[in-house]
Write a new protein. Structure first.
Length: 186
């Protein structure tokens, strides 16, 4: 018997009455608890089915992985998360992709435990995490995450200024007329 049925039977059996004040107080506590659960950050939106399937720890490990693969300290987590929305939605509709993510996270943690005795999320240094990533680099899981992140991060006009990129130039006659003389790294 599930918990909802048990609770329903208990309430009927004890014929408890709940005042409006008690209901509102309980609802407020539930809301605060819900916000605390959904405020945990990860690569997928916390309320997405993909995040629920990979689990809270797996979701946070994916964010750490994303930041280790494309380490831009000046970028907020939201930019990594934004680009993964399409992958999360696709995984919700494609069981094979969801399995790839779940199995990939398990492999990531397995490699991490074999090397350092702890899940990937708990590996302390970036250098050690990079060694774990190099060990799984050829996997379909790693390549999928890396590819989606690359296209999403570097094709995002919101981020271009943070990288010092002025954006596409062909609409303005090319770089000869826009930015060519401003190159300071040659």
């Amino acid at each position: 018997m599930n918990n909802d049925k048990k609770l329903g039977q208990h309430l009927k059996a004890s014929s408890l009455r709940m005042s409006r004040r008690c209901f509102l107080a309980g609802s407020g506590a539930t809301l605060v608890g819900s916000v605390a659960v959904f405020s945990v950050t990860g690569l997928f939106a916390a309320d997405s089915q993909a995040a629920k399937q990979v689990g809270e720890e797996g979701n946070r490990a994916l964010l750490r992985m994303a930041r280790d693969v494309y380490p831009h300290d000046s970028l907020e987590d939201k930019y990594y998360q934004q680009v993964m929305v399409p992958l999360a939605k696709q995984a919700e509709a494609d069981p094979k992709l969801m399995d790839l993510l779940i199995i990939g996270i398990a492999a990531l943690n397995q490699e991490s435990r074999a090397r350092y005795g702890t899940p990937y999320l708990n590996v302390e240094t970036e250098e050690e995490r990079v060694q774990v990533l190099k060990a799984i680099e050829a996997s379909a899981f790693f390549q999928r995450i890396k590819g989606d992140l690359m296209m999403g991060i570097y094709n995002n006009p919101e981020i271009w200024e943070k990288f010092g990129f002025g954006g596409s130039s062909w609409q303005h006659g090319g770089y000869i007329n826009r930015g060519y003389d401003e190159i300071d790294w040659i």
